[in-house]
Ligand binder design. Structure first.
Ligand code: FES
Length: 105
């Protein structure tokens, strides 16, 4: 399936060590995270535990801690870190000239 890239916002619109929630058409809500090193990651904005909004979580390193019950989710894979279990969907995202682009598949 071909990916269509869509501009989302400026990188600076996402707080460092924070996230921005976006809704694109009929896709599930997505959280785009920004690390201290200005890397960006995109996950479904839904914790694999009980659906907490990951965009409200605390970002540290390349991990987000869910604001509900503190599951730690790897931003690179969407995988809950042990001892927890679960997976949230990852999306392709990149920064081009200071703008954040997300791939829709
Ligand atoms: S809903 Fe995320 S840890 Fe429970």
């Amino acid at each position: 399936m071909t990916q269509q890239w869509q501009r989302i916002c400026a990188l600076t619109d996402i707080p460092t060590q924070g996230a921005r929630a976006v809704q694109l058409g009929d896709m599930a809500p997505i959280a785009i995270f920004r690390t201290t090193g200005d890397r960006v990651f995109a996950l479904d904005n839904r914790c694999p535990h009980k659906g907490g909004e990951l965009s409200h979580g605390l970002v540290y390193g390349e991990t987000v801690a869910c604001p509900m019950h503190n599951f730690k989710i790897d931003l690179k894979t969407g995988q809950a870190l042990a001892p927890e279990q679960g997976q949230t969907a990852c999306h392709s995202v990149e920064v081009r000239d200071g703008e954040v682009w997300l791939a829709r598949s």
